[in-house]
Design a protein around this ligand. Structure first.
Ligand SMILES: Cc1cc2nc3c(=O)[nH]c(=O)nc-3n(C[C@H](O)[C@H](O)[C@H](O)COP(=O)(O)OP(=O)(O)OC[C@H]3O[C@@H](n4cnc5c(N)ncnc54)[C@H](O)[C@@H]3O)c2cc1C
Length: 558
């Protein structure tokens, strides 16, 4: 049965300022406990330190700017200026977004929110884009709104007359399944849970699980080249895209379904990662997999982080392709039961077809050769008839549970005065240690310089034969004044981004560019390539109405 997922389900509403459902936000007691635990983990007893919580805002108290534009009659049925909808479409879900929403800062709220209908998807989207192009109104495609890089925030150049957020949540569901080719045609607005629930009766899965899975959409994943939970082989959504149906202001593009093709540069690849700047992805044929039934998992402890990194390098180059190969540094490992001195490698193997004992045994052999410790009872095997899925116990289990609830806890820390955010990258193995030491040194210096106290933790979210994707978490006590706290994070983020680029990493492995990473993307991407992208935009979006300000600059107004 398909479960409807929308920001206003009949019984539940999405939070307009923070993560997830309004009714699952942590209450003051739970939020206070999380703040106290974070302080004690940071080693600061800090008797009397102020952990009072900022109050969650209410829509009726917001001072939203007047809408600058109103829809023509023919769009009246799908466009709203409702304050809850405008507030909900103002921000993504980064630390900066949550803090600005908490203080009621909504001056960039979209003037309008559009909700195109599924049964008239192409007609509604074409009418919206025509109206925006004729009136120089910025049109911002919106999936689940979980961007952490300013991807959907309506900050556009001054010469736009207004902004409209185009929410694709009604364009949801699976239109067709081709079981012979193991692929499905799926609407872009389909959110993670509905997508998987619809495939389950067919024994199929997309097997793409970003941490934001519950509140992000297929179209958003494709538009941002999102990274799933699995560590090797199919890491980004890119590999699952078989073909796309896209509406652009210049016309529609439907690509051919093919398992592979050498016919020139791929048209799908032009739109994968285009962040709503080239077109609106309406549907996609996605490659699917059978649901895994064979699993094996284990946690390996290392006294030395360097040994653990070397073990991961060797495992990633052994052709074993573990589903999980998540290395947690000693600080990160505390959440998975570590004592702050050991690094933990969480290993997992999965298959729909065959037992996976060989893979885990060989990976453990490599890890043990590098002084990794894994007692036999820490290895869990699940074959068809085993009840408990491996990977749901031990360090893997506690890490996974904490992982999925973490965003609600993050909001609690923001309310309690913390600076708390993540950044991520990828780098080749030869440059990893240099990047890691540069990043940790410079980010620690920035934290100490602006906050005085705090920590930075690292884990590998994905690993490739030629390098890892390190993911860093920063937690620090911030200024009680929210604007000063935003400035504190901005300094830490600049230090982190400069360090990443200086040490040869990418500004993002899977969070995308949006508005927040643009100035570093402009250093990373070759100028002539960016020029070519802008030319593609000029052909597809001649009036420059699609998500101006994100990823690439729009052409000048005509
Ligand atoms: C707590 C948390 C955990 C996260 N975990 C992960 C993770 O594990 N892996 C990961 O990769 N990311 C993660 N993210 C980031 C975010 O969830 C991803 O970028 C996700 O892919 C965004 O999907 P969305 O549907 O929410 O898109 P939105 O935030 O709505 O939009 C993102 C961008 O895509 C564009 N867009 C959206 N839909 C379409 C469409 N149909 N056509 C064209 N453009 C479109 C928007 O204009 C915008 O530029 C996380 C974020 C949070 C807050």
């Amino acid at each position: 049965m398909e479960r409807s997922v929308s920001s206003t389900d009949t019984h539940r509403r999405r939070s307009f300022w923070g993560w997830g459902w309004e009714d699952e936000a942590l209450d003051d007691r739970a939020a206070g406990n999380i703040a106290a635990a974070a302080i004690s983990r940071m080693g600061g007893a800090e008797a009397g330190s102020d952990t009072s919580l900022m109050a969650a805002p209410k829509v009726e108290d917001l001072d939203l700017p007047e809408s600058r534009v109103s829809p023509p009659d023919h769009l009246g049925a799908i466009v709203t200026a409702d304050p809850y909808e405008r507030a909900s479409h103002t921000y993504g879900k980064s630390f900066r977004d949550v803090l600005r929403a908490l203080i009621g800062e909504f001056r960039n709220a979209p003037d309008l929110v559009a909700l195109p209908r599924k049964e008239r998807a192409f007609a509604d989207l074409e009418a919206l884009l025509d109206w925006c192009a004729s009136n120089r109104i910025a049109a911002i495609p919106y999936g689940g709104g979980s961007s952490v890089v300013g991807g959907i925030e309506p900050v556009v150049p001054d010469d736009y007359r207004g902004t409209i957020s185009i929410d694709l949540r009604n364009l949801a569901g699976i239109e067709e399944i081709d079981s012979a080719s193991r692929a499905a045609l799926i609407y872009a607005g389909t959110m993670g849970p509905r997508l998987e629930e619809s495939l389950r009766p067919h024994g199929l899965t997309l097997r793409h699980f970003p941490q934001s899975f519950e509140f992000s959409s297929l179209g958003g994943w494709i538009a941002t080249r999102s990274g799933g939970h699995y560590a090797t082989l199919y890491t980004h959504i890119d590999d699952f895209v078989e073909s796309l149906e896209v509406i652009t202001p210049g016309g529609d593009i439907v690509t051919r379904r093919l398992p592979g093709s050498g016919a020139g540069p791929s048209p799908d690849r032009l739109f994968i990662g285009s962040e709503g700047t080239l077109g609106i992805i309406v549907k996609a044929w996605m490659r699917l997999q059978r649901r895994p039934v064979f699993r094996a998992s284990a946690d390996v402890r290392f006294e030395s982080f360097e040994d653990a990194v070397e073990a991961v390098r060797q495992i990633s180059q052994a052709g074993l392709f573990p589903a999980n190969c998540r290395l947690l540094d000693p600080t990160e490992a505390i959440l998975a039961g570590g004592d702050g001195n050991v690094s933990i490698l969480v290993l997992g193997f999965e298959s729909a077809d065959h037992p996976v004992e060989f893979g885990i045994s060989r990976a453990l052999e490599i890890a043990r050769d590098l002084r990794g410790v894994c007692p036999p009872e820490a290895v869990r095997i699940q074959n068809r008839d085993t009840a408990a899925p491996a990977g749901h116990e031990g360090a893997a289990g506690s890490w996974r549970a904490a992982f999925l609830r973490a965003p609600y806890g993050r909001d609690a820390l923001v309310r309690a005065g913390f600076v708390t955010e993540t950044f991520e990258t990828a780098v080749t193995w030869d440059a990893f240690f240099d990047l890691h030491s540069t990043v940790t040194r410079e980010v620690k210096a920035a934290i100490e310089g602006v906050c005085g106290d705090g920590w930075i933790a690292c884990r590998f979210t994905h690993v490739y034969p030629d390098g890892p994707a390190p993911y860093y978490t920063v937690v620090a006590r911030g200024h009680r004044d929210p604007r000063s706290r935003l400035a504190q994070w901005d300094e830490i983020k600049s230090a982190a981004s400069e360090a990443l680029l200086k040490a040869g990493g990418t500004i993002t492995h899977h969070h995308s560019i949006g508005r927040d990473h643009k100035r570093w993307y402009e250093i990373q991407a070759p100028p002539l390539y960016r020029e070519a992208l802008r030319s593609a935009k000029a052909a597809l979006d001649p009036s420059g109405i699609l998500n101006p300000g994100a990823l690439i600059d729009p052409p000048p107004p005509r």
